[in-house]
Ligand binder design. Structure first.
Ligand code: NAD
Ligand code: WQD
Length: 340
């Protein structure tokens, strides 16, 4: 059995990925410092899979802690989810973001190399494309200068991995650029647990529907889009998680030259904010109070993925409908808030 270290594995994407990796026959080891999570989702992963997950509460920036984890386990590869991810906060606290997001990744790579290398997947983001000149965005769409320190850490970490793989033959790399991950596991045992007021659209919608927030503000209805609201590529969290299984199969099996490949992970279908809100209300038969507000600073008007490379090379495709995803997101929120 191949063992994968999941950094940030107590978080939203990491926990769902742990479930899919275990389902595909991988062993997983989780390291997370719980800076943006508690153990709820890890417990959920154990319930779903019926397996005890080896868990280290540690900071990936701490080299000795990472050495200990590698010393105690046979690790064949890693997925690096551990990072701070709040765009606005990164503008206010840039050094904290650069320190955490860069140092955690550099430390992981150094310790992997010390331990004989292996495959590493880096969690990047569609944010690297900014507002693309041409849509959908392909992997060759030029990256735009980052508009936040968070976005910059994603670009720098991509470059770090590309350079490290070139210089260290024992290391294989893959960059996955996620579009907008949403939803929750259909069991409602794991999902997104934002701290404080959510920045992202779907957690804000579910919290509003649950009565925790008074109303949703739709940021801008004057974009040059069919209904005036911004377009995004919302991808189901389980679909996103399964992409990591395909990524490991590709990295450890068939990538002929061992180069660091880059893939867009999205659905390929744009959806507007208004459409998403309407579908949420329709599928869940729940009212949602909302109003139109001004544009949010830093937002792009439209971005969605060309996923043909991932479909062809990874043999992976997003298959869940947005209705199914929004039903799962609502089921998770209701369970958290003990609502009927
Ligand atoms: P998350 O905050 O739920 O998970 C990240 C986890 O990493 C958290 O549990 C946190 O406690 C942990 N962590 C942070 N710094 C750490 C450190 N130094 N050492 C150990 N653990 C640490 O976020 P997520 O949504 O699951 O995102 C996972 C990754 O995917 C991040 O790198 C994020 O930037 C990237 N990403 C997320 C999205 C999104 O919309 N959720 C989109 C694109 C890319
Ligand atoms: C989606 C749409 C908002 C909240 C961010 C990061 C990106 C990536 C994913 C990590 C936008 C609108 C939102 C609200 C709204 N994360 N909206 N009212 O901005 O596409 O991407 O998360 O890498 O880097 O920037 O996602 O969910 O915040 O917004 O109208 O209360 O919903 O304006 O059009 P975004 P989001």
């Amino acid at each position: 059995m191949k063992n994968i270290l999941i950094t940030g594995g107590a978080g939203f994407i990491g926990s769902h990925t742990a479930v899919e990796l275990i389902g595909a026959g991988y062993g997983v080891i989780v390291v997370d410092n719980l800076s943006n999570a508690d153990t709820t989702c890890l417990e959920g992963v154990e319930k779903i899979t019926g397996q005890k997950i080896p868990f280290y509460k540690a900071d990936c920036c701490e080299k000795e802690d990472m050495r200990k984890i590698f010393g105690e386990n046979r690790i064949d590869g890693a997925i690096h989810f551990a990072a701070f991810k709040a765009v606005g906060e990164s503008v206010d606290r840039p050094l904290m973001y650069y320190r955490n997001n860069l140092l955690s990744f550099i430390t992981l790579l150094e310790v992997m190399i010390e331990n004989g290398g292996g495959g590493v997947v880096f969690s990047s983001s569609a944010t690297v494309y900014g507002q693309p000149d041409k849509l959908p965005a392909t992997e060759d769409t030029p990256r735009k200068p980052a508009t936040s320190p968070y976005g910059n850490t994603k670009q720098i970490c991509e470059d770090i991995l590309l350079d490290a793989v070139k210089a260290h033959p024992s290391l294989k790399g893959m960059i996955l650029r996620y579009f907008n991950p949403i939803g929750a596991h259909p069991s409602a045992l794991i999902g997104e647990l934002p701290r404080g007021v959510p920045n992202n659209l779907v957690p804000f919608i579910t919290q509003t529907a649950a009565g925790l927030r008074e109303e949703l503000r739709i940021f801008g209805n004057d974009y040059p889009t069919p209904d005036g609201t911004a377009l995004r590529d919302y991808i189901d969290i389980v679909d996103l998680a399964t992409a990591h299984v395909s990524a490991f199969e590709r990295m450890t099996g068939h990538n002929p030259d061992g180069s660091c490949e880059v893939f867009n992970i999205g659905t390929g279908r744009p959806l507007s904010v208004m459409e998403l809100v309407e579908r949420f209300m329709a599928i869940n038969r729940v009212p949602l109070k909302y109003k139109i507000a001004g544009r949010r600073e830093g937002d792009v008007e439209a971005v969605w993925a060309d996923t043909s490379l991932a479909n062809r090379v990874l043999g992976w495709k997003a298959c869940r409908s947005v209705e199914e995803t929004l039903a799962n997101a609502w089921a998770w929120e209701k369970k958290l808030r003990r609502l009927k």
